[in-house]
Design a protein. Structure first.
Length: 442
């Protein structure tokens, strides 16, 4: 059995806690190991919390690459928390949320979670380069709010929004397509009335969990929480992207006190270049309000306000509704396919009207085609012109000896109809004089 460093990938013959080269965690090298008879581990991608490790793997049945998160077996509460997060994530379907394919236990009792394999980097790594331009920071935030709006409408609160759980996937049309990862400590905001099983999966009082730098005051206090604690975390992430700094720093105790009582430093202090963006600063400060009632009421409202700010700052470009270098997992590691997005809500009414008009036009066209062209009476001929119309020759008349020529025989219209014969048609070609034309019998 060999061991491998999670950062520099140096291998060791004996177990060591930390790599002597970079002081990073060392884990067992599981490359080549079979998981649940369906997956084969290929290479280590990174490590996460709770002694977890994330691996690139191959699913033989579907011939596709996946990412697998492995966690050591824990107590009953930890195992149930893991299963709950897997169930929640697997039932969320949104372009900006990582897809969860499978979860379960290995033969030796370890927990595993199978996800889509993403190409790109975490926001945590991208922020090592310093603060971001305003348009990039707002573009990332907008997509994050779309994902949270989807989760919140399904009564799910993430509770651990932070740069390490946001993945930026390079796409031809968008170099920063966001994927929200790690619903490991996610909870239902309220139980489903028709599903008693949900009663054990609801956020409870006095339960403190999350990442201290990004925890909302109500999380710190251990009180009731709802979707607005995620919006507070979004505000912390946005503040860091814009200023390159966290609004609050210190050890855990100091952080908790600041979240509860201290106002965030103003932009003029954190990054003087942003002092001329009062609307942007007001947006961020509202999301960081201590009282949840003073924040945005929903991710959708936050997103609408963000669009207004982008318009005022002149950074709005493209359609923000349009549902991006190392290969990484999609589940909360700091190591380093797109579905067509929903149409904008503001355009949905117009879209339905256009579709309805299109259906009406198609129906009219089908009715006209089935009925065929409508015959209309020909216009009266010009007095000085002769119109020659191609007509079918009348049936040959029986030969009668010593009979008069056919043109000299006047056949009454009523008699022709009674005999079942076609009514003779007189045209300019057969009538020597206009006065000999007979009226057409309808």
């Amino acid at each position: 059995m060999s061991w491998i460093c999670s950062r520099c990938r140096t291998r060791f013959e004996h177990a060591v806690a930390r790599c002597p080269h970079d002081n990073k965690r060392v884990v067992r090298d599981l490359a080549g190991r079979d998981v649940a008879g369906r997956y084969t581990l290929k290479e280590l991608l990174g490590v996460g919390g709770m002694e977890s490790s994330v691996w690139a793997a191959w699913q033989s049945a579907t011939h596709r690459s996946v990412a697998i998160k492995l966690l050591p077996e824990g107590d009953d509460a930890a195992n149930e928390r893991f299963a709950r997060g897997a169930r929640i994530a697997s039932n969320l379907s949104h372009p900006n949320i990582t897809v969860v394919h499978d979860y379960g236990r290995t033969d030796d009792g370890a927990l595993f979670l199978v996800m889509e394999l993403l190409e790109g980097q975490t926001l945590h790594r991208a922020l090592r380069q310093g603060p971001m331009p305003i348009d990039r920071a707002l573009h990332i935030t907008y997509q994050l709010l779309r994902a949270l709006d989807h989760a919140h409408r399904r009564k799910v609160v993430h509770r651990d929004i932070k740069p390490g759980n946001l993945f930026l996937v390079p796409h031809p049309d968008d170099p920063d397509f966001v994927k929200v990862m790690d619903f490991g400590i996610a909870r239902f905001i309220e139980p489903e009335a028709d599903d008693p099983a949900d009663l054990g999966e609801v956020t409870t009082n006095r339960e403190v969990c999350g990442t201290p730098h990004y925890m909302a005051p109500e999380q710190v206090a251990g009180g009731n929480i709802d979707h607005r604690c995620d919006l507070y975390a979004v505000g912390v992430v946005l503040y860091r992207m814009l200023t390159g700094k966290l609004p609050f720093t210190g050890d855990h105790r100091e952080l908790f006190v600041q979240h509860l009582h201290a106002p965030p430093p103003p932009f003029a202090e954190a990054r003087p270049e942003l002092a001329g963006e009062p609307d942007l600063e007001a947006l961020v400060m509202r999301s960081l309000a201590k009282n949840p009632d003073d924040r945005f009421a929903s991710a959708a409202e936050f997103r609408t306000a963000l669009r207004r700010v982008r318009g005022r700052t002149g950074t709005l470009s493209g359609d923000e509704e349009t549902p991006f270098s190392g290969t990484l997992s999609a589940f909360g590691s700091d190591a380093s396919t797109v579905v067509p997005p929903e149409p904008p809500r503001s355009n949905r009414a117009a879209l339905w009207i256009v579709l309805l008009l299109g259906c009406v036009a198609i129906g009219v066209g089908i009715a006209w085609w089935l009925k065929g062209p409508v015959e209309t009476a020909p216009p009266p001929p010009d007095a000085g012109a002769v119109t020659i119309r191609p007509t079918m020759a009348p049936p040959a008349a029986p030969v009668v000896r010593d009979a008069a020529p056919p043109l000299d025989v006047a056949v009454p219209a009523d008699a022709a109809l009674d005999a079942g014969a076609p009514t003779p048609r007189t045209t300019a070609a057969t009538a020597p004089h206009a006065s000999r034309r007979r009226p057409r019998v309808a």
